[in-house]
Design a binder for this molecule. Structure first.
Ligand code: EPS
Length: 383
C-alpha cells in the first residue's frame, strides 16, 4: 500500500491517492470523519479551526460502501479557500501578491525552502510546509485504522506531557473515554488544568508550546516487519513516519531514552511460556518491538513536538528581498497543536502497520487477508 498527497494550506482542497488496498474493505465517510474531527480539536488551536470542518469525500475506488481494489482517491475541501482565491490563483500575474511573506520565520521551512526553490515570496514554501497537510494524511491513516480494526488491532494517540507538565496518571485502555473528552488528550485531570493555564499564559504572551505525543496499538501479531534488512525494520519505518510530522524532533519506542541510562538487566523483558498463552512477557520495556519486528506486546511509540514556529511576539530575522533585519512574519497560527499531533501520530503509525500487515499477509480481498492472519495466529500459538 502506498499513497501520495497534494494540496496547499489555503488552496481549494487536499487530495490523496491510496494504491494497494484490498477489495472488500467496508469503508464510509463515517470511518474517516471522526478522525478528522479529533485532529481538529485540542485546546490552544487558532481561529482557522473555527473556519474548517474537515470532511472527506471519496473520489474513486469506493463503491456501495466497499473498496473495489482500485486506487482510492480522497479529497478534503479547505473552507478557508474562499478568502484566499486571489492569493492562491494558479493563473499568472497579479504579483507581488497580497500576503506575500518575506520575513522568514526561524524554526519554519521558510528560509531553507526559499533558498532551495528560489522563491522570494515564502508563501510558496509555507503553503505546503503547513501542518494543514496532516489532515489528509490522517484521512489515509483512518483508512489504515479501518483495515487494522478488521484484523483485531486497536490504536490510540494521547499526550503524556506537554507545556512542561507531565501526566501522573499512567495510560490504561480503560481511560480511552477520558482521553477523548480531555481538551488536551491527557489522562490526568490535574495536569490537564495546569496545561490549560500555561496555554492561556503562552497565548497572552505571544508565545507557543510543545510536548510529547504517544501512540499505542494492541492486538498486533508478532513478526510484523523484519530483522533481515535495514529498510524492513518496523521501528525504523515507524520512526521515519513519526519524524515526517511537522515539528517532530525526536522519536522513541517504549521508554527508549530512559532505557539508555539503565543496565541491560533492568531493561530487557524476560521471556515466559505456558501451554495456555504460549510465549509471553510480564513487562514491555521494549515497547512492543525487538529486532525490527513486533513482539505481539503493545506497541508504544513516542515523539517530541517542538513549539510551533510562528510566534505572535516574533524573533529577529532578515527580509529575503531587502536583506534588512526585521521581525519574523506573524501569520495567524495555533498556540499549540500537541493534542492534535497525538492523533496524527496514531493515524500515521497505523499506515505503517497496515503496510506491514499487507506485506506479510497481502491478498486481493479483505477476506483472504483475514484468513491468512487467523492461520498465522494459530501457528504462533502452536510455536
Ligand atoms: C498552520 C497555521 C494555521 C493552522 C494550520 C497550520 O493555519 P492558518 O495559517 O490558516 O491560520 O491552523 O493548521 C491547519 C490548518 C490544520 O488543519 O491543522 C501552519 O502554519 O502550519
Amino acid at each position: 500500500m502506498r499513497f501520495l498527497t497534494a494540496g496547499e494550506s489555503h488552496g481549494p482542497e487536499l487530495l490523496a491517492i491510496i494504491e494497494g488496498l484490498p477489495a472488500g474493505l467496508p469503508l464510509t465517510e463515517e470511518d474517516i470523519n471522526p478522525w478528522l474531527e479529533k485532529r481538529q480539536k485540542g485546546y490552544g488551536r487558532g481561529r482557522r479551526m473555527v473556519i474548517e470542518k474537515d470532511q472527506v469525500e471519496f473520489r474513486a475506488g469506493v463503491r456501495a460502501g466497499r473498496t473495489t481494489g482500485a486506487p482510492v482517491a480522497l479529497a478534503i475541501k479547505n473552507a478557508d479557500f474562499r478568502n484566499w482565491v486571489e492569493i492562491m490563483d494558479p493563473a499568472p500575474g497579479n504579483e507581488p501578491r497580497k500576503k506575500a511573506l518575506t520575513a522568514a520565520r526561524p524554526g519554519h521551512a521558510d528560509l531553507s525552502g526559499g533558498i532551495k526553490y528560489g522563491h522570494k515570496d515564502l508563501r510558496d514554501v509555507l503553503e505546503r510546509a503547513s501542518a494543514r497537510e496532516t489532515a489528509m494524511r490522517v484521512a489515509v491513516g483512518a483508512v489504515a485504522m479501518k483495515l487494522l480494526s478488521l484484523l483485531g488491532v486497536e490504536g490510540v494517540g494521547y499526550v503524556p506531557g506537554m507545556a512542561g507538565v507531565w501526566s501522573r496518571v499512567p495510560f490504561s485502555w480503560d481511560l480511552l473515554p477520558r482521553i477523548e473528552e480531555s481538551p488536551v488528550r491527557m489522562t490526568d485531570p490535574e495536569a490537564e488544568a495546569e496545561v490549560i493555564r500555561r496555554i492561556d499564559q503562552a497565548k497572552a504572551e505571544g508565545d507557543t508550546l510543545g510536548g510529547v505525543l504517544e501512540a499505542r496499538f494492541r492486538g498486533l501479531v508478532p513478526g510484523l516487519g523484519s530483522h533481515v534488512h535495514w529498510d524492513r525494520k518496523l521501528d525504523g519505518r515507524l520512526a521515519q513516519m513519526a519524524m515526517s510530522i511537522p515539528a517532530v524532533k525526536g522519536v522513541e519506542i517504549g521508554p527508549g531514552f530512559e532505557n539508555a541510562m539503565k543496565r541491560g538487566s533492568e531493561v530487557h523483558d524476560p521471556i515466559y511460556w505456558s501451554p495456555e498463552r504460549g510465549f509471553y512477557r510480564q513487562s514491555n520495556r521494549a515497547g512492543g518491538l525487538e529486532g525490527g519486528m513486533t513482539t505481539g506486546e503493545e506497541l508504544v511509540i513516542r515523539a517530541a513536538l517542538k513549539p510551533i514556529a510562528t510566534l505572535m511576539k516574533p524573533l529577529p530575522t532578515v527580509d529575503v528581498v531587502t536583506h534588512e533585519p526585521k521581525d519574523a512574519a506573524r501569520e495567524r497560527s495555533d498556540t499549540t497543536a500537541v493534542p492534535a499531533a497525538s492523533v496524527i501520530l496514531c493515524a500515521l503509525s497505523a499506515i505503517v502497520l497496515a503496510q506491514a500487515y499487507l506485506e506479510k499477509f497481502g491478498g486481493d480481498t479483505l477476506e483472504e487477508i483475514q484468513e491468512r492472519v487467523e492461520r498465522y495466529r494459530e501457528r504462533v500459538r502452536a510455536y
